[in-house]
Design a protein around this ligand. Structure first.
Ligand code: NAD
Length: 500
């Protein structure tokens, strides 16, 4: 357990990690990190009841005061940043700078939410009736159920949690069964802040460890008005239907199949760096990872040659190594899915470069791969779906219209990017006739979003928006209010209803 000093640093009793059936294994070498107990149905029901009770008092706490709780949480996360980042590296396999970047996102969204807590603004609306006024006000919603994926085990929860808290809601968090310890550590930090905060009720936030059934309980639970679920499209299809069936609300953040277009005027160095980070960074395990590359035919040979060289020299290894750029895949299933996709691409006529397993000394239990490039003449089944591993399908194109159509010709719609020095091409890509994705970038890759913008995607990515801009509205109940300050009762639309 000495590797988990980072958990001890946030006040966790390490001996508690020896009980429970849910195992956490490090993707670095497959070693057991600890065990936690799955929540029982009875524990779950008790947590939902406590959270309903907590909501009743939290909604009446002034929003700026709720923001103060989030400010203190952000400060505590700042203090524990190195320990929390180390834990992400251990449990998810992210390299040091990416793990620290994820904790930074937690801090950034807290800062954003604190400012927001002094806004949560509505509208005043002109009334057609004399001496009346209309308002649009945003009210707290209730308990927010947050289901998260393994690959952003802290940031995604906090994008939801920080906003939901300042909006006056209680929280239930069902983290990925692959990352229980990162969830435990971050939630422990919030629990200690809640404990010391006079206005925060016990039960304001609960952590619910478990696998899929716990997510299903949340999806079916009429006591939870909003389910924010991040993960695969398969999961979202299930959760979306269940929550809609009970007229609940969903905020879905699902799989992506993101593309980049390299135009004739693209700066080559910038393009190669953008491609390599977006496609191979985080070992291809971001929802915004670059998976399809469209290169103009005039640049294809040169860009491909540069990419092959860059890929051959990528430093793959333990994420704890200072020079490592590509850490391990999360588990054996991810490795097998990658190899199956590469085999099917080869069978369909694709030219596969790299993608092989790499033996890292002393880490035989980890699944390390050299990221793969696959040259294709046209789309194949594998390139139309998201394989959560570092595979980049490379196509050539002749016209910008053809490239934009190809960018949009998949069922997912998360992120997209175009590399160009040509203003007309850039503006076309960003126009109504351009990219159909939730995110469209020029001269950067599709990954690495900042929290100030609304994050999310269209089509099978689920349509949800989290983090910045006005995403907070998803966590509140919109209420239209009309006030009559006259002594008479005129009816709208000139309706008459005079009684004796
Ligand atoms: P996953 O779908 O296997 O699991 C995600 C979460 O959903 C886990 O907590 C899991 O227990 C739960 N779950 C699974 N099936 C469920 C069901 N039927 N009902 C309720 N809960 C259920 O995803 P993963 O492998 O952990 O993560 C990778 C996926 O997440 C990729 O598809 C990636 O693109 C996506 N992702 C999307 C975003 C985004 O913002 N769009 C961000 C991160 C990850």
């Amino acid at each position: 357990m000495s590797r988990l000093a980072s958990l001890a640093a946030v006040g966790f009793e390490l001996s508690a990690l020896t009980v429970g059936e849910l195992e956490s294994r490090s993707p670095i070498d497959g070693r057991l990190l600890g065990r936690v107990a799955r929540v029982s149905r009875a524990d779950y029901d008790a947590a939902v009841a406590r959270s309903a009770e907590a909501f009743r008092s939290w909604r009446a706490v002034p929003a700026p005061r709720r923001g103060e709780l989030v400010r203190l949480f952000g400060e505590a996360v700042r203090r524990h940043k190195p320990a929390l980042a180390e834990l992400i590296t251990l449990e998810v396999g992210k390299i040091g700078s990416e793990a620290a970047g994820e904790v930074q996102e937690v801090i950034d969204i807290c800062d954003f939410a604190v400012g927001l807590s002094r806004q949560l603004y509505g509208l005043t609306i002109a009334s057609e009736r004399k001496h009346h006024h209309m308002l649009e006000r945003w009210q707290p919603l209730g308990t927010v159920g947050i289901i998260t994926a393994f690959n952003f085990p802290m940031a995604v929860w906090c994008w939801n949690a920080a906003l939901a808290l300042v909006c006056g809601n209680a929280l239930l968090w069902k983290p990925s069964e692959k990352t229980p310890l990162t969830a435990l550590a971050l939630h422990r930090v919030l629990e200690s802040v809640i404990r010391d905060f006079t206005d925060a009720p016990a039960g304001l936030s609960a952590l619910l460890h478990g696998d899929r059934p716990v997510g299903e309980w949340l999806a079916e639970d009429t006591r939870v008005p909003l389910i924010s679920a991040t993960g695969s499209t398969r999961m979202g299809r299930d959760v979306g239907v269940k929550v809609a069936g009970r007229f609940g609300r969903t905020l879905l953040e699902l799989g992506g199949n993101n593309a980049m277009i390299i135009t004739p005027s693209a700066r080559e160095d910038l393009a190669v760096r953008a491609i390599t980070f977006a496609a191979a960074g985080t070992a291809g395990q971001r929802c915004t990872t670059l998976r399809r590359l469209y290169v103009h035919e005039s640049r294809y040979a040169a860009i491909l040659a540069r990419l092959k060289r860059a890929y051959a020299s990528l430093r793959v290894g333990s994420p704890q190594g200072a020079d490592t750029l590509v850490g391990p895949l999360i588990d054996r299933a991810a490795f097998e899915a990658m190899q199956a996709a590469l085999a099917s691409a080869k069978a369909a006529g694709g030219i596969v470069h790299h993608g092989e397993r790499i033996n890292v000394e002393g880490m035989s239990g980890g699944y390390y791969v050299r990221p793969a490039l696959v040259e294709l003449a046209s789309p194949i089944e594998a390139s139309l779906k998201e394989t959560f591993a570092p595979i980049l399908y490379v196509f050539r194109y002749a016209s910008i219209d053809e490239a934009i159509a190809a960018n949009n010709a998949v069922t997912q719609g998360l992120s997209s990017s175009l590399i160009t020095q040509d203003l007309s091409e850039a503006e076309l890509f960003l126009s109504a006739e351009g990219s159909d994705c939730g995110i469209a970038n020029i001269n950067i890759g599709p990954s690495g979003a900042e929290i100030g913008g609304a994050f999310g995607g269209e089509k099978e990515t689920g349509g949800g928006r989290e983090a910045g801009s006005d995403s907070w509205k998803a966590y509140m109940r919109r209420q239209t209010q009309t006030v009559n300050y006259s002594a008479t009762l005129p009816l709208a639309q000139g309706v008459k209803f005079d009684i004796e």
